[in-house]
Write a protein that binds this ligand. Structure first.
Ligand SMILES: C[S@@+](CC[C@H](N)C(=O)[O-])C[C@H]1O[C@@H](n2cnc3c(N)ncnc32)[C@H](O)[C@@H]1O
Length: 213
């Protein structure tokens, strides 16, 4: 789903920071060798994530949904000195590719990749996070939100991707479309949660920014 006209979209990308060389390489490799490359954040959204990270300067980031590591590398650009990112993905087949790019970026000490089901891993984490990125299975978005909330510092941020779900959130979910049903419920839940300030940015497939008051 495009939110702006294709030409304007091209203009926006052309007037946003160029995709860094290593991310360009990862983007390309993902498109050539990995299933579902559309899942990768990509040039424009990646620059947005990097900018947000620079604004927050997080010390500790949790990412749910590593995929090929593109967004983790973007967040790493804005980390506070000595900061770290824990990124979780259940797909062990991508582990070598991600590690390879993390090493190439010289970020082995800052990015820790955990392989497994985020639903099982999150409760075992003892860190306090200043930024969380939710970008895995939509079915568990509400569960992830509830699980990470207590681990988020006051004043911390949660970013949630794909909340517009290609526009499907506008209509009641079709029967058996559990993901859309959860996303509609999720967006309402955030909007009515008095503990947070929220803004839904119409970037790519919808990026919700949440600040814990
Ligand atoms: C949209 S992709 C993440 C894209 C990545 N954040 C980026 O921007 O480049 C979603 C990822 O979530 C992972 N995933 C789905 N369900 C999961 C679960 N229950 N636990 C951990 N990872 C999961 C998938 O394997 C997939 O790699």
């Amino acid at each position: 789903m495009e939110f702006i006209d294709e030409k304007l979209d091209e203009y926006v990308c052309a007037h946003s920071e160029k995709e860094p060389e290593l991310l360009y390489e990862l983007n390309r490799e993902t498109h050539i060798n990995v299933l579902l490359p559309r899942m990768l954040s990509g040039h424009f959204q990646g620059r947005v994530l990097s900018m947000i990270s620079h604004m927050i300067k997080p010390k500790c980031v949790l990412e749910i949904g590593t995929y090929t590591g593109y967004s983790a590398l973007c967040f790493a650009e804005g980390l506070a000195e000595g900061g770290k990112i824990i990124t979780i993905d259940k797909n062990e087949e991508l582990e070598d590719l991600v590690q390879n790019f993390v090493e190439k970026a010289g970020l082995s000490d800052s990015i820790s990749c955990v392989i497994g089901d985020a639903m099982e891993i999150i409760p075992t984490l003892e860190e306090e996070f200043d930024m969380v990125f939710i970008d895995a299975d939509k079915y568990n978005y509400i569960n992830y939100y509830n699980m990470v909330f207590g681990k988020l510092k006051k004043g911390g941020f949660i970013l949630i991707d794909n909340v517009l779900w290609s526009g499907k959130v506008l209509e009641p979910a079709k029967q058996n479309d559990k993901d859309t049903e959860v996303l509609i419920e999720f967006n309402d839940l955030i909007h009515n949660d008095e503990r947070v300030q929220e803004v839904l940015l119409p970037i790519r497939d919808g990026l919700m920014l949440v600040r814990k008051k």
